[in-house]
Design a binder for this molecule. Structure first.
Ligand SMILES: [Zn+2]
Length: 472
């Protein structure tokens, strides 16, 4: 007879696994087992104990033959709408990137483009073990929500919000503060807590140079009223800080100004935060602001963020990929590797030599899991494998060429693992990828639709990519 729980859900038991829980005791089970009941984890421990206790009641028992089980990774800064723009702005300066490639591209998108772009992006996220992400802001939240619901992912979705600033495309430049606020309120009413609770709606502020003071304060107040988060690009380039000093009469850039405006709160997710001084690190720490560190995008366009200093100051720093035109790879696995290397190398500035002990593997794993969950204000349910938490799970095969031989499992997950090692992914108790096959959509079909949509969109936006080298 098939065992059922009192709630009617079927029990799934995974055993003979190397389980990295990321729980408060940092427990790792060499031969562990985990039981999933509906959308939640109902037991976790040594395989022998769990098998004895739960196998008679389990509907399905899977022997993982020593594969690794981890909490689903959390990507805290991604632009799903930009996936169709991968490769449209490589090796160009920042102003060309923004004014001649990204703005024309994004402002010409339809909701259907956003849907396809999010599907394509989501496929790549899942292949790298991501179960939850924070959208940095695109135009068509409804298109994103449709794709997230279908893919089975968990997400905090945000509209891209700008109510001022020079050089914006016509539609964006004409948006009033009231329009920005009201649109987000409606999106929150429509989509918040939908898709079995997997979708949450956050408020967006694209960046300070495109925000009026009223937009900042009303966003702050509405986030409080709706009990949700704010996602904002913060202190990305020195020009931004100079702009704030020149126009808003503060001593140092964006973070100092946000402190003055009382925007620095624990529900603020500050993306990048590269150009912050020591005092500002103190502001962020005291306010409990979360920082999304995007190593690849930072190296490409922004510079070295003081991540070690932030972590030392107790700031919750998580990891993000940023969008495809800023990084090209939407792999949080690659970002883990880069986060560790870049921040070891950056110590040259502080100590005159690299510091191989900076950002060790366990810290980086925490950034991609528990800190990610805290950053998206969801750590009561995700970010670690614990009884009662949601079953967001990644299964890693460490027995193929990128990882063999494994002498130190935790370091191997950060320094060796590639997306190719991610075998299966579960979100909210449901497999969304199994044996590297995405279950809810046909990958080939999404790729064909994405190619077509991207070509048409670039044509519509009048974007031309000059050819390189001697292409015949
Ligand atoms: Zn961004």
């Amino acid at each position: 007879m098939e065992a059922m729980t009192s709630s009617g859900a079927e029990l799934l038991l995974l055993h003979n696994a190397f389980i990295v829980t990321m729980d408060p005791q940092s427990r790792v089970f060499r031969d562990g087992a985990i039981v999933v009941n509906g959308d939640k984890i109902t037991a976790i421990g040594q395989s022998s104990d769990i098998l004895r206790q739960f196998s008679p009641f389990s509907h399905q028992i899977i022997d993982l033959h020593g594969q690794y089980v981890l909490p689903g990774f959390i990507n805290t800064h991604v632009h799903t709408s930009q996936q169709l723009a991968r490769g449209i702005a490589d090796d160009v300066d920042l102003m060309t990137w923004l004014h001649h490639r990204i703005w024309p591209y994004e402002s010409n998108m339809t909701e259907e483009d956003s849907y396809i772009s999010t599907l394509l992006c989501g496929i790549e996220l899942i292949h790298s073990g991501v179960t939850c992400f924070a959208e940095a802001g695109g135009q068509h939240v409804s298109g994103m929500a449709r794709a997230v619901e279908l893919l089975g992912l968990r997400a905090c979705l945000t509209q891209s919000i700008m109510d001022s600033g020079k050089g914006l495309p016509e539609y964006w430049g004409n948006r009033t503060t009231d329009d920005c606020i009201q649109t987000q309120k409606k999106l929150h009413e429509k989509h918040h807590n939908t898709a079995d609770g997997r979708i949450r709606i956050w408020l967006g502020i694209r960046q300070i140079m495109n925000s009026s003071d009223r937009l900042l304060t009303e966003t702050r107040d509405m986030a409080k009223e709706l009990k949700t988060g704010i996602h904002m690009h913060v202190a990305e380039i020195p020009y931004e800080n100079q702009f704030v000093v020149d126009t808003r009469e503060v001593e140092h850039g964006t973070v100092t100004y946000l402190e003055k405006m009382e925007l620095l709160q624990s529900n603020l997710l500050a993306a990048h935060s590269v150009w912050v001084n020591e005092t500002e690190v103190g502001f962020l720490s005291r306010a409990g602001v979360k920082v999304s560190h995007c190593p690849a995008a930072a190296m490409r366009m922004l510079g070295f963020a003081p991540i070690k200093e932030m972590l030392d100051a107790g700031i919750c720093v998580s990891l993000g990929t940023d969008g495809a035109p800023s990084n090209n790879r939407m792999s949080i696995v690659d970002e883990m590797y880069l986060a560790s290397l870049i921040n070891k190398g950056r110590e040259v500035y502080a100590k005159g030599t690299t510091d191989p002990t900076a950002l060790p593997a366990e810290t980086v794993l925490k950034m991609a899991t528990l800190n990610g969950a805290k950053s998206v204000l969801w750590d009561n349910e995700i970010g670690s494998l614990e009884i009662g938490k949601k079953a967001d799970i990644v299964i890693v095969n460490p027995f193929s060429w990128p990882m063999v031989p494994v002498h130190d499992s935790i370091s191997s997950l950060v320094y060796c693992m590639r997306s190719e090692n991610i075998i299966s992914v579960m979100c909210n108790g449901r497999w969304i990828m199994k044996d590297q096959k995405i279950l809810s959509v046909d990958e080939g079909e999404v790729i064909s639709r994405a190619k077509l949509a991207s070509t048409q969109l670039l044509k519509k936006a009048g974007i031309q990519i000059p050819s390189r080298m001697n292409v015949l």
